[in-house]
Design a protein around this ligand. Structure first.
Ligand SMILES: Cc1cc2nc3c(=O)[nH]c(=O)nc-3n(C[C@H](O)[C@H](O)[C@H](O)COP(=O)(O)O)c2cc1C
Length: 370
């Protein structure tokens, strides 16, 4: 880990444009068209899971020890071999026109690098995976949906490796999602024909069509395992929501797990990621790296996730709010404020480092799974 001091500027008085995360949220909402806002914020069905993803963090209560607080806790950690200034990754989210800002994933990568965390880049990115890797020193994980023929997926992984990515984030999508806000808006992606990350070549619209063609047969665990084992890059599996799937992913050769319900965007009435986390951690033991997303909005949400068994979180909509509010600057500020809030949470809980965040910080009975 770097010797870079972990001093956090905790003054309220600042010349920065944004002083709070909710200020960024309100600006994002004000700036986006209603259709784009719906695309970004919607869930599936009645959006029960979407609401519960954030409500579950509201149920967590911390036990705060007296005369045990820490005035300058260390927010740094190392996950999947990456030194992180605090335990977070940028989640692989994409699809929207340049991700709510023309600079898209290039700007997100620059902001993540400035704050010292890593970026997961989706296959449906705003720019080609090569251009993002060139612009961002922290574009290290490439998200790839396993679909089509195995050879094509392996060629895609080769392409990501050649561009400098270090991991593949494996995703799976069997059928289209029921998102009523987008249906009412008759939403259609404006960049559906590009930018080119589908297929081994620079641009292969046919491969994109394959991904979106839900009449094609979807993959089985056996096929996924066969590709994960032959993959030239190590794989983490996203969408894990049970101990059974966690074990299946490890048996298939995954080196890490990504606990997620995709922010309530795939199917409604599924458990929240936080609720499923303790059982998943128990199923795979303490040494398998676990990243968690779906509902992270505050530094205290990061603390709760780590305390209940994650090694790091991933940030989805929160980063999109930063992009929509003010591009690269909005994302950088989001990350700085989030790190600061996480830092004060650690300090109040009496944890001098991320490693000290255990289930002991959760008030007994406040969270059933603790
Ligand atoms: C607009 C949008 C687009 C997304 N696109 C993708 C994607 O292309 N691939 C993917 O793996 N996940 C995608 N996700 C899911 C995110 O990676 C992440 O799991 C989710 O946003 C986490 O929930 P949260 O935003 O409530 O924190 C998308 C999410 C949003 C909001």
């Amino acid at each position: 880990m770097s010797d870079k001091p972990n001093r956090i500027d905790d003054r309220y008085a600042t010349s920065e444009k944004y002083t709070t995360l909710r200020g960024i949220y309100h600006d994002a909402k004000r700036r986006l068209s209603e259709i784009d806002w719906n695309y970004l914020s919607c869930g599936t069905g009645d959006e029960v899971t979407l609401r519960e993803n954030t409500a579950v963090f509201d149920k967590v209560r911390f036990e705060v020890p007296l005369f045990a607080g820490i005035s300058n806790p260390d927010t740094r950690t190392n996950v999947l071999g990456f030194d992180l200034s605090f335990p977070a990754f940028i989640a692989p989210f994409g699809g929207g026109e340049a991700v709510f800002h023309p600079e898209g994933h290039l700007a997100i990568g620059r902001a993540a690098a400035a704050v010292g965390i890593q970026q997961m880049v989706p296959v449906a990115a705003s720019h080609s995976l090569e251009d993002i890797a060139k612009a961002s020193s922290v574009a290290s994980v490439f998200q790839l949906t396993f679909v089509g023929d195995e050879g094509g997926v392996l060629e895609m992984i080769e392409r990501a490796k050649a561009a400098g990515y270090k991991y593949i984030c494996v995703t799976y999508s069997p059928i289209r999602q029921w998102r009523e806000r987008m249906m009412e808006d008759r939403f259609s992606l404006r960049n559906e024909s590009g930018p080119s990350n589908f297929g081994p070549g620079k641009s292969d619209p046919a491969a994109l069509q394959e991904l979106l063609d839900f009449t094609k047969p979807r993959w089985t665990w056996a096929q996924a395992a066969s590709v994960i084992r032959r993959s030239p890059l190590p794989c983490i599996v996203k969408g894990v929501s049970s101990g059974r799937d966690a074990k299946a992913a490890i048996d298939a050769g995954a080196v890490g797990l990504y606990v997620s319900n995709y922010g309530g965007r795939t199917i409604d009435r599924t458990p929240t990621a936080l609720e499923t986390l303790p059982a998943i951690r128990k199923a795979v033991g303490k040494d398998i790296p676990i990243v968690l997303d779906s509902g992270i909005r505050r530094g205290s949400d990061i603390a709760a996730s780590i305390a209940l068994g994650a090694d790091a979180v991933a940030l989805g909509r929160l980063i999109a709010y930063g992009m929509a509010a003010d591009g690269e600057h909005g994302v950088r500020r989001t990350l700085e404020l989030l790190q600061r809030e996480f830092w004060t949470t650690l300090g109040h809980l009496g944890c001098s480092s991320v490693a000290e965040l255990t289930a002991d910080v959760i008030s007994p009975g406040s969270f059933p799974a603790a």
